[in-house]
Design a protein around this ligand. Structure first.
Ligand code: GDP
Ligand code: MN
Length: 393
């Protein structure tokens, strides 16, 4: 099969909160003491060792755990065991909880947000800071963009302490002790980001305790997997299967597959068309469940593999199959689809838009097959609207 564009782009290795916090701790960013637990009994023991109230936190590679019931306070070891029973096995958007992080509970006076990531277009690292933390940062960006301070770091000039102070002042932090602590954390976050080859380091919330102590209450840490050879210990942290079992399967089958959070499965050929397909689905009011690129090949086996991967995602409610055939031929793709349907008994509604080489022949093959879950549409927009409709049926 043809080489695939996305294979050459860096992929991130997402770390669990407890792993990211371990890296924070090594970098000198304050975090609470905690222990890992995989059973309610271990959760009780961990709470006994820590002493005092704890917070029981689901370790899954997805955000919004709090809202999903994956984070609960426990006043003592007995309660920690009970909360652990509730949280272990919980399914948080397709991620089943198998590990818990038991952490000494913090009292929270304020919740801030701090992250460092790449601004790819500026080719610089980008800090984002706001005192309106604890909530979705996208929400802050949308509703009160002025409260979100951004600061770019030139990789050639490196980080300078005045940049940390600027971030903190611009964010409106007025307490001198807070200013000092946050500025220090900003600097250490940069050290962690560079030394661990991170693509994203996010602290949400960065809290201030009633006593005025600032610390990282959560961690989202993504490491560039092209740099893993420099960090064997981070490579060992990687949990391939849990990260995205379907992505692992896709890698095996040489299908480019990226899991997203919506309900419309997206299958296109070529990275450009697939990305536009994702956009059109969004434009039509839907949310893509994934991004799956057949590549230039589009042979029958490739179609079978891709459909198998997409339909295995429990969030997928409909599939939008968007093909613009150049070297690929729509009739070959159509045959591949029928083979896939025979082999895998996929029941999802599949909306097809064919354009380019042998598009008419491809459509004819699908129509002749008379499958009631295949819907052929003439344009990309019509097909996207249909796929969104069918996803919500
Ligand atoms: P997320 O929902 O996946 O982002 O998980 P977080 O680790 O950010 O926790 C979600 C929320 O739980 C936080 O914003 C806090 O409000 C709350 N929380 C987490 N840890 C503690 C704690 O130690 N004490 C208290 N009081 N609340 C906590
Ligand atoms: Mn969080």
């Amino acid at each position: 099969m043809a080489p695939r564009f996305f294979d050459s782009l860096p992929r991130g290795v997402d770390l669990y909160e407890y792993q990211g916090k371990e890296l924070f701790r090594r970098a000198g960013i304050p975090v609470s003491d905690g222990r890992l637990a995989t059973t309610p009994g271990e959760a009780r023991q961990a709470a006994e060792v820590l002493g005092g109230p704890v917070v029981v936190k689901a370790q899954v590679l997805t955000g919004g755990r709090g809202k999903a019931g994956g984070i609960k306070l426990a006043a003592n070891a007995h309660e920690a065991e009970e909360r652990a029973k509730e949280i272990l096995g919980l399914d948080i958007r397709g991620h089943v909880v198998r590990k818990l992080w038991i952490e000494s509970a913090s009292d929270i006076a304020k919740e801030y947000y701090l992250s460092l990531t790449f601004d790819r277009s500026a080719k610089k690292a980008l800090y984002m800071f706001t005192t309106q933390g604890g909530v979705d940062i996208e929400q802050v960006a949308e509703e009160s963009p002025d409260a979100l301070v951004q600061l770019r770091i030139d990789p050639l000039e490196g980080f300078h302490p005045w940049q940390a102070r600027r971030l903190v002042y611009a964010g409106g932090v007025t307490d001198p002790s807070e200013q000092k602590q946050i500025a220090a954390i900003v600097g250490k976050l940069h050290e962690a980001f560079v030394s661990f080859d991170a693509m994203l380091c996010e602290i949400n919330p960065l809290i201030v305790t009633p006593g005025g102590e600032v610390k990282a209450l959560d961690s989202k840490f993504t490491v560039d997997d092209n740099a893993l050879f420099r960090h064997p210990e981070i490579g060992a942290m990687r949990d391939r299967e849990a990260a995205e079992p379907l992505e692992a399967l896709a890698r095996e089958k040489h299908v480019t597959y990226v899991k997203l959070d919506g309900e419309v499965g997206v299958l296109g050929n070529g990275a450009g068309l697939t990305m536009s397909t994702v956009d059109v689905v969004t434009f039509a009011g839907g949310r893509p469940a994934n991004f799956c690129d057949l590549g230039g090949g589009g042979d029958a086996q490739g179609v079978v593999d891709a459909l198998e991967i997409i339909s295995a995602d429990p969030q997928v409610k409909s599939i939008f199959f968007n093909i613009f055939a150049g070297i690929t031929r729509c009739d070959v793709v159509a045959q591949g689809m029928l083979t896939a349907l025979d082999q895998t008994r996929i029941a999802h509604p599949i909306v097809v838009r064919f354009d380019g080489t042998n598009a008419a022949e491809g459509r004819e093959i699908l129509e002749d097959a008379g499958r009631d879950n295949i819907h052929v549409e003439a344009t990309m927009l019509d097909a996207a609207k249909r796929a969104v409709e069918l996803a919500h049926d």
